[in-house]
Write a new protein. Structure first.
Lengths: 363, 333
């Protein structure tokens, strides 16, 4: 009977503890949803933003400004998207005194200052470590040179890749699913256990004939119960709001997510196995999570990190979960393709559980 | 049913300390009979909780033998746990669970036991059965802790300072629950640092200090060992400008006085017959020209036994034993 089953009762406690605390429900479901929506809009496809340019008032600046005005007029008049000029941004040019312009450059209010010199020469002032500054310099220079008569002898055509499956939002949603799984596993298992230990509940539990196995299984059961709606919310958001494709098998996506959730639950268990204060466990969890936030390719590809770091990055569970989810969802990978990812996640699960159960402290 | 509820032989527990090992429990022998309410008394840090946690199987002794209901920890843990109930100091239950849910949860751990609502009724929490833990007062939370200790219908219940930090009414409610349990023929092991609690509830008490039992017997026996049954407490008017205060020894020669000690602001005499001792005391003070600031008499309490044995009061933070327990308890609710 369920009423007298310790496993079921412990599981119920976990569920009630969750849904009776609206703040937790928000952090698990609301927060990632908001994050996906915000980032989705921030990186949505749109016409290129105008380039800010400060033009130093000097002899010759009038002619330069006229060149940009002509460029902007042409841009406005071009109706066809096939016209190459439609891909260049408008140039928002403002005439300023040299001091003012330089100060604006130093304080980051403008990315680029153009200063006319003698004999039609001119100089660009910008910070090359700011990507938008280099881009602005390039674009402004092209417009200026073409206005001065430069011709582009080789015809080019731009093919933009904006179809679903290869946009930033498509990259981001599997990342957020993985991130949520990590947060849920560590906080939902690790933090909870330490709270129980601080409240002496763990000690109170072991003073009863409660099967310790049931306690652990209930904790894991509850984690898996929370993980699936979590996955569903983010997938639904991606599919319906942003038209993200799921090219591979949904079952495989679920299998990856569950394996990942178990690995993170194991890490949570290990982090919490001896900590006796919530401060200690918070610190440990941030220590564990921060490298994965940064290195595991949630927000940008982990390939950007140096070659020497790659083996470490590849060994992290979040890297494997996010990578696996991306290849199934966006590339339609099958079981064989993600088998290495699954194996690494299973290895994390086995190792962390073995260690955690060995060193776990109930009081 | 011949065997004791609890048998302890030469129990020791050492913890590594900064300057050599700390002997939290230093050679305790104990037999607790079935059906008795046994009190472990002592100041904070005397080793009460360590002893009880060893009996509960939550802590391992460094050496010594412990039998609970004839069984031993390490061999029959599950069987013992089925038959005992425990309250710990400072357990905090999850805020968002109701009383009934928590009791049902703990009931599910025992293969046999009481109906959750019956236990809730025993601790008089029926009206709070569907209230969240966070809505309970300190006394109600403590009764919930006791309900959980009782839900497996145990033969022995261990209560570790169950009333610390509670108001007088909540304490009395808990005492009723404990008496009711003992009246059903079950065994109670109670630690406390409230003397009145031990005197009212316990059939026998052991006074523990520095990890050792320094006195063992019924409250009445221990009090009788003091010789006299009355305490005369008095203070002198210090504003009189008299040269030196009298020494404690000067009162020992008075008629019927058995012992004398200094108190915070005066003296306490253990006397056999107040009607002989008080006139003698008044005469003595009269002769020395020392006016009284106050004088009271009362019966000897376990507290006096403790002070007589150790020279210290049970609770270092409080000297007057007639005042209600301090509300700034160590327990946080």
């Amino acid at each position: 009977m369920l009423e007298s089953s310790p496993l079921f009762q412990l599981y119920l406690v976990r569920l009630r503890d969750f849904y009776r605390q609206p703040a937790r429900v928000f952090w698990v479901y609301g927060f990632p949803t908001l994050m996906a929506i915000t980032l989705g809009f921030a990186f949505r496809n749109r016409p290129p933003a105008p380039i800010q340019l400060d033009l130093v008032s000097a002899p010759g600046s009038g002619a330069i400004k006229a060149a940009f005005d002509a460029h902007n007029t042409r841009l406005r008049q071009s109706s066809s998207a096939a016209d190459p000029i439609a891909l260049t941004p408008p140039i928002d040019v403002a005439l300023r005194d040299r001091d003012v312009a330089m100060r604006r450059l130093k304080t980051g209010k403008t990315p680029l200052v153009l200063e006319p010199g003698p004999n039609d020469s001119c100089s660009y002032h910008y910070d090359p470590t700011r990507p938008e500054a280099s881009l602005a310099r390039q674009t402004v220079d092209d417009v200026l040179q073409e206005a001065a008569g430069r011709s582009n002898p080789r015809p080019v055509r731009d093919v933009q890749v904006t179809e679903p499956g290869s946009r930033y939002i498509d990259f981001l949603i599997p990342g957020l699913i993985g991130l949520n799984s990590m947060g849920g596993g560590l906080w939902g298992v690790g933090f909870l256990l330490v709270n129980f230990r601080v409240a002496k509940l763990l000690k109170r539990f072991v003073a009863t004939p409660m099967p310790r196995r049931d306690f652990l299984l209930a904790l894991l059961g509850a984690r898996l119960t929370f993980v699936l709606p979590d996955l569903a919310v983010l997938l639904a958001l991606g599919v319906w709001m942003f038209g993200m494709p799921i090219r591979g098998s949904l079952a495989l996506v679920v299998a990856l997510e569950i394996t990942g959730a178990l690995a993170f639950a194991g890490i949570g268990l290990l982090v919490a196995c001896r900590a006796t204060t919530t401060e200690a466990v918070s610190g440990l969890m941030n220590l564990v999570m921060l490298p994965m936030w940064l290195l595991s390719g949630v927000f940008f590809s982990s390939e950007r990190f140096p070659e020497a770091l790659q083996p470490v990055i590849k060994a992290l569970p979040l890297t494997q979960l996010v990578g696996g989810l991306r290849s199934v969802m966006l590339e339609g990978a099958g079981v064989v393709d993600v088998a290495p990812a699954l194996a690494i996640l299973v290895a994390w699960t086995v190792v962390t559980f073995t260690l955690a159960l060995r060193f776990f402290r109930w009081s | 049913m011949a065997e004791c509820a609890i048998q302890v032989q030469n129990l020791r527990k050492e913890y590594p300390g900064r300057s050599g090992p700390v002997h939290a429990v230093n050679g305790i022998d104990l037999e607790i009979q079935r059906g008795e309410c046994f009190g472990l008394l002592g100041p904070n840090g005397a080793g009460k909780t360590t002893t009880v946690e060893i009996l509960e199987g939550l802590n391992r002794p460094t050496s010594g033998a412990v039998q609970v209901l004839g069984l031993e920890w390490g061999e029959s843990d599950r069987a013992i746990r089925e038959r005992i109930g425990v309250t710990l100091q400072e357990t905090r239950f999850p805020d968002k669970e109701t009383v009934r849910e928590i009791v049902t949860l703990f009931r599910s751990f025992y293969s046999r036991g009481l109906d959750p609502m019956e236990v809730i009724a025993r601790v008089a929490l029926e009206s709070k059965a569907t209230a969240f833990v966070e809505q309970l007062s300190g006394g109600q939370q403590q009764r919930l802790a006791v309900a959980i200790a009782l839900v497996g219908d145990p033969e022995i219940v261990f209560l570790d300072e169950p009333t610390t930090g509670l108001d007088p009414q909540s304490r009395r409610q808990l005492w009723d629950v404990i008496r009711d349990f003992r009246d059903r023929g079950r065994t109670v092991v109670l630690t406390t640092h409230y003397m009145d609690e031990a005197e009212r509830l316990c059939d026998r008490v052991a006074i523990i200090d520095h990890g050792q039992i320094i006195a063992l017997g019924s409250p009445a026996e221990l009090i009788a060992r003091m010789g006299g049954e009355h305490i005369v407490e008095f203070a002198l008017d210090s504003a009189d400008g008299s040269a030196t205060p009298p020494t404690v020894e000067s009162f020992l020669t008075l008629d019927s006085v058995l012992a004398a000690r200094t108190e915070a602001d005066g003296f306490a005499l253990t006397v056999q017959a107040p009607h002989r001792a008080i006139p003698a005391l008044l005469d003595e003070l009269e002769r020395g020209g020392r006016p009284l600031a106050r004088l009271t008499t009362r019966h000897v309490s376990l507290e006096d036994v403790f002070v007589a044995l150790t020279g210290r009061h049970l609770r270092d933070d409080e000297n007057a034993r007639d005042s209600p327990p301090p509300m700034k308890g160590r327990r946080r609710f």
